[in-house]
Design a protein around this ligand. Structure first.
Ligand SMILES: [Zn+2]
Length: 422
């Protein structure tokens, strides 16, 4: 992609009302645009990151054997009455139709997926199964804040699993927990797995996943060696105690919740009378689990945990592009040579399958470098008449202070090994 052809540009000025690093950097870098408080347009750069994050999450859910579906956001009021959540959930958006009917705008999908499962669940032979979707969710927040971390409209992956017995549900729940940790790790996030209360979902066991950042709202007592953690509000342990899992030292930390999983038991199958015929002929309740990851929130959390004063530092796995090519035309007679060399490398990289953003604008080196740091692509390549004189290209990794020169002839193979290194 040529930067001159990219819709959505960087801003020199930080937005006045940005209350967090993710809001400031995603808006300044041209990743998102704020439509109103808590509601964002994802511009091409941001959408590219979001798609990569969602693909990682999708692959990990597929690996669990879950099936991807796509459920409606518009949901009938009756289903929410059935679960006692029409009045019980204060952040539920409610819509009035001109027909006189009322609808919910989904903040979660138990009210859709449970009646759906009922249509396909008859005997024990139909179980277990898990379905998931990646969809837009709505929350009627009194105060939207922290950029894309707490929005009124956001993207989320939610999965629901259905089982004949507790042992089977627990086994799947534990596999899902591992899949979550794997998905976060692949996205470049370190998380703590915190046992939590189920809130509006359940009174049974649940876990939340906390990405560590000083910008986090949640206080944790967590292990410095493994992923064990407890929410400070309900912690039975304190800083300095030994980790019950690995006996490492526990310390106070701050985190952002990036996902949660719940053992729902029979809460929703009771409400919707979701049963199956057991092998012995008796009718039994289906057991359910639910598993959520806010994917737009995940992008915001990556920014919170991976940036410096100059801009974002994207992990390679989710960066909008792998290479940020900068050509410095200068004013001397070599400028045509620089443009030709940059174009040749750009075409070459694209043909080799390397994702490259080429800053082809006629701007000063300082302005181009500042934008490259702000956008945060892992590898910056600079072509100038100076570098070309030695048949070199300047190589600068976003998270490394110094640059170095790489011979033009070996730059493609070096890029390929750079991308392959995790
Ligand atoms: Zn530990």
């Amino acid at each position: 992609m040529r930067y001159s052809n990219l819709f959505g540009k960087t801003n020199k000025m930080a937005p006045a009302d940005a209350d967090s690093a993710n809001a400031r950097l995603l808006i300044q870098g041209g990743f998102v645009d704020q439509e109103m408080a808590g509601v964002y347009t994802w511009l091409p750069l941001g959408l590219s990151v979001l798609r990569k994050v969602e693909q990682i999450v999708r692959e990990e859910m597929d690996a669990l054997g879950a099936n991807e579906i796509f459920m409606p956001s518009l949901q009938p009021k009756e289903y929410w009455i059935t679960t006692n959540r029409w009045e019980g959930v204060d952040i539920l958006f409610k819509l009035n139709s001109q027909t006189g009917k009322e609808y919910a705008l989904g903040c979660t999908h138990e009210e859709v997926v449970t009646p759906l499962a009922q249509k396909f669940t008859h005997s024990y032979k139909d179980l277990p199964f898990a379905v998931y979707q990646i969809n837009t969710k709505f929350r009627d927040e009194l105060r939207a804040k922290s950029g894309v971390l707490r929005g009124r409209e956001f993207r989320m992956k939610d999965m629901y699993s259905f089982h004949t017995n507790q042992e089977d549900l627990t086994a799947f729940y534990n596999r899902a927990l591992e899949a979550y940790v794997k998905a976060y790790t692949r996205c470049g996030l370190k998380v703590k797995v915190v046992q939590a209360s189920g809130g509006i979902f359940t009174e049974n066991v649940s876990h939340e996943f906390q990405a560590l950042t000083d910008a986090g709202e949640d206080k944790l007592i967590a292990c410095t060696a493994c992923e064990f953690g407890q929410n400070s509000e309900v912690a039975t342990l304190k800083a300095g105690d030994a980790c019950p899992k690995c006996s490492g030292a526990l310390a106070e930390m701050k985190g952002v919740e990036v996902g949660n999983i719940f053992d729902l038991g029979t809460k929703y199958s009771d409400a919707f009378d979701l049963n199956f015929a057991h092998e012995d002929g008796t009718k039994k309740r289906v057991l359910m689990g639910c598993y959520g990851i806010g994917t737009t929130r995940l992008v915001g959390s990556i920014v919170e945990t991976s940036h410096d004063e100059k801009g974002i530092i994207w992990p390679k796995s989710v960066a909008p592009f792998q290479v940020h090519l900068v050509s410095l035309k200068g004013k001397d007679e070599g400028s045509e040579v620089v443009s030709a060399a940059a174009e040749a490398l750009y075409v070459n990289l694209k043909q080799a399958g390397v994702e490259v953003l080429w800053d082809d604008r006629d701007l000063s080196p300082g302005a181009k470098f500042a934008d490259a740091d702000l956008i945060g692509i892992p590898l910056r390549l600079v072509i100038s008449s100076k570098s070309l004189a030695g048949q070199n290209i300047e190589w600068k990794e976003r998270n490394v202070a110094d640059s170095r020169l790489v011979p033009q002839v070996s730059v493609l193979s070096e890029i390929q090994s750079f991308i392959a290194r995790s």
